[in-house]
Structures are given as structure tokens and as C-alpha cells.
Design a protein around this ligand. Structure first.
Ligand code: SAM
Length: 218
């Protein structure tokens, strides 16, 4: 099946960097109390609504999946990169991980209590995000919860950045810094209402503000 060039290059890149990415990000949440607070809030909202399956989309090595599991969330993971899925399965053997693209999740309509996309929309060209959000809206049940994290730009237009030797490898990988308002508008157009937004300043090696959106399926 034909697939967009950016999907192929993103998969190829993450297949190469998977192990080093997993090592470099291991334990990173320990130093990110705001990130943890949002994951706790998301977990509480899902549990208070009666629980149910949650999908961590673009789960990478499963660090966020594992964290949500520790918060009593019934969570599994999906990722474009087979190497990442294998890394996640090895690191978090108790949970289920599978290969899937953001735009083609192997999940029935309205079957999820929640969906997390933690820095996984960042490699999708902004013009194609509405297709991903339509897929998110398809799989999350009415009043289900969504949590997104991404690098934000302070301008009104998205900014494409060619990452230089990402995670120590000579691979081609483009990331997009996104205007928070545009992402809010795209989510809304797809049938998800943003209930909370947080933009925090960069810390450590981060170069841009980091945006987090909590949304509810209409
Ligand atoms: C920056 S990593 C984040 C991984 C994980 N969420 C975390 O926070 O550690 C981006 C991940 O999103 C995945 N990804 C990127 N584009 C994707 C797409 N179109 N469909 C599914 N996964 C995608 C990549 O393979 C990679 O594992």
C-alpha cells in the first residue's frame, strides 16, 4: 500500500534509533513533575468515568504506557516502528504493544475510554494532522479523554525542524513545532473539545516550550 513519504522516513528513523531512544528517555519523567501531574489527571479522569481501554498512540518504548499502567489504567500501546514496539514489549512485557499508524489504528469505533499521543504527532506535517485527529475521534467513545503532548511554537505558524543526529544516529527525521491554537482548532473540528491546556517553559536540553492538551470526545 502506498504511504506518505514522511511516514516511511519517520518509521525508518525510529527503527534505527529505537534502542538508544529508549535508553536516553528512560527515567526522564522522574525530572518532569508537570508531565507526571498531567498523566495523573488523565488517569483520574479515565478511572472516574468508569475506566476502560486506553491506547498510547506512538508509544515508542512504552515509558508512558508503563507509567499509566502504574496508575491503574487499562492501557496498551501502538507505534509505527516495529523496533520501537519490540523495545516496548521487551521493557514492559505485561502490556500489549502493536504496530499501527496514527491514521490507521486497529481499534473499533468508539471503543476507547481514552487516547494518549505523547510527542507522537510531532512528525506529521501539520496539514495532515486533521486526518490523524479524525482517526482519534473515531476510536474514542463519547466523553472519552485525550491527552496530547508536543513541542509548541510561539508563532502562529508551524515550524519544521530537521533534527541533527537524533539520538546519536545519522538518520533523517523532521519534527514540527506546532502553534497550540491551531492544534486546539484542529481537535475541535474533528469532534474533540479541549478542556485544559498547559504550555511550560523548556527545561534541560529542550529548546522550545512544551504544550499539553487535555480534550474530551464530544
Ligand atoms: C518522540 S517519540 C515519542 C515516544 C513516546 N510517546 C515517548 O514519549 O517516549 C515519537 C514516537 O511516535 C512514533 N510515530 C511517529 N509518527 C507516527 C505515526 N504517524 N504513527 C504512529 N506512530 C508514529 C514514532 O515511531 C516514535 O516512536
Amino acid at each position: 500500500m502506498d504511504e506518505p513519504e514522511h511516514v516511511r522516513t519517520t518509521r525508518d528513523a525510529y527503527d534505527v534509533v529505537a534502542t538508544d531512544y529508549a535508553e536516553m528517555l528512560h527515567g526522564a519523567l522522574d525530572a518532569q513533575p508537570l508531565d507526571r501531574a498531567l498523566l495523573h489527571t488523565f488517569a483520574e479522569l479515565v478511572r472516574d468515568a468508569g475506566g476502560g481501554p486506553v491506547l498510547d498512540v506512538g508509544c515508542g518504548p512504552g515509558r508512558i504506557t508503563a507509567y499509566l499502567h502504574g496508575l491503574a489504567v487499562d492501557v496498551s500501546g501502538a507505534d509505527l516502528s516495529l523496533a520501537m514496539v519490540r523495545e516496548a514489549q521487551r521493557r514492559v512485557p505485561a502490556l500489549h504493544f502493536e504496530v499501527a499508524a496514527l491514521t490507521a489504528l486497529d481499534v473499533p469505533d468508539a471503543s476507547l475510554a481514552g487516547l494518549v499521543a505523547w510527542y507522537s504527532i510531532i512528525h506529521t506535517p501539520p496539514a495532515e494532522l486533521p486526518a490523524a485527529f479524525a482517526e482519534f475521534a473515531r476510536v474514542v467513545r463519547p466523553h472519552g479523554q485525550l491527552l496530547l503532548a508536543f513541542q509548541a511554537t510561539t508563532t502562529t505558524t508551524a515550524e519544521a525542524v530537521q533534527l541533527e543526529r537524533p539520538y546519536g544516529h545519522d538518520v533523517e527525521l523532521t519534527a514540527y513545532r506546532l502553534p497550540t491554537e491551531q492544534v486546539v482548532a484542529d481537535l475541535s473540528a474533528a469532534g474533540m473539545t479541549v478542556t485544559a491546556r498547559l504550555v511550560r517553559e523548556p527545561t534541560g536540553s529542550e529548546r522550545t516550550p512544551q504544550a499539553y492538551l487535555l480534550a474530551e470526545r464530544d
